[in-house]
Ligand binder design. Structure first.
Ligand SMILES: [Zn+2]
Length: 107
């Protein structure tokens, strides 16, 4: 599992919903703060349903399709990812720490 964490050794210290629950704010233990818009995060879902097993199967989701999206539940998956259940019922999305850290959709 080492490869999932080789981008750096940062780990989320806290997760918080801000801006009327439309932004996920993550404070990392190296002092970095990420602010991730939920509509963009939902559109970036990397699961097989959203992205398909081949690029031609991708749903090509866009943030504009999720104006009122909210997080219904979020839970850690081991020490490398978070499982997010969305308010639209979508519950197969796994967001790795690497993806959350590198996502630049800052709100
Ligand atoms: Zn998905």
């Amino acid at each position: 599992m080492a490869q999932e964490r080789d981008f750096n050794e940062a780990f989320p210290q806290s997760l918080e919903l801000t801006d009327d629950d439309s932004v996920l704010q993550i404070v990392w233990d190296d002092g970095h703060t990420s602010r991730l818009r939920l509509d963009a995060l939902r559109a970036a879902c990397s699961c097989a349903v959203c992205q398909g097993h081949h690029p031609s199967q991708s749903l090509n989701l866009r943030p504009e399709q999720f104006p009122d999206i909210r997080i219904a539940d979020i839970a850690p998956v081991g020490r490398y990812a978070y499982h997010i259940v969305w308010s639209d019922g979508h519950d197969t999305g796994i967001y790795t720490l690497k993806m959350l850290r590198e996502t630049q959709n800052s709100a």
